[in-house]
Design a protein around this ligand. Structure first.
Ligand code: NI
Length: 155
């Protein structure tokens, strides 16, 4: 496994729409392993392909409930709303309030290509929505309704 370089917000690669993953091969496994290692090393809860310069529909998420690998993910159902503070490994030291669905059903494939469906809520749902936005070139700073001074988050 290896750490990959995290792309920062002014890079165009973060603004592109990602293509679906078509090959479920060894290279994909290595990418997923590297992405998880990079996310944990940066103390993040999610990381999407474009953030390591890979324009494919792929993301990893771990909000403390174990690692979730998402390949070609799609939200097929959402319910309710929640508003809370978000950050992003590509936007260091920026925080802002974002409204997200409170509950989602996400469909995707695992690293072997097998399809699955998951019902997620609260922070887990938020993290997955944030990562899926990355796959369409969207950042949380585009949709935050209020930015927060990091100093105000300390207490
Ligand atoms: Ni992000």
């Amino acid at each position: 496994m290896a750490l990959r370089k995290i792309v920062l917000k002014n890079d165009d690669v973060l603004r592109k729409k990602c293509k679906p993953v078509e090959k479920f091969d060894e290279k994909l496994g290595i990418l997923l392993d590297d992405m998880a290692e990079t996310m944990y090393n940066a103390k993040g809860v999610g990381l999407a392909g474009p953030q390591v310069g890979v324009l494919r529909r792929i993301a990893v998420v771990d909000v403390g409930e174990g690692l979730l690998e998402l390949i070609n993910p799609e939200i097929v159902k959402f319910k309710g709303t929640q508003r809370d503070v978000e950050g992003c490994l590509s936007c260091p030291n920026e925080w802002g309030y974002v409204v997200r669905p409170n509950e989602i059903i996400v469909k995707g494939q695992d690293r072997t290509g097998k399809y699955f469906q998951l019902k997620l809520k609260d922070f887990f749902a938020r993290a997955v929505c944030h990562e899926l936005d990355h796959l369409d070139g969207k950042l949380f700073i585009d949709i935050a309704d209020e930015m927060v001074d990091p100093k105000d988050l300390k207490d």
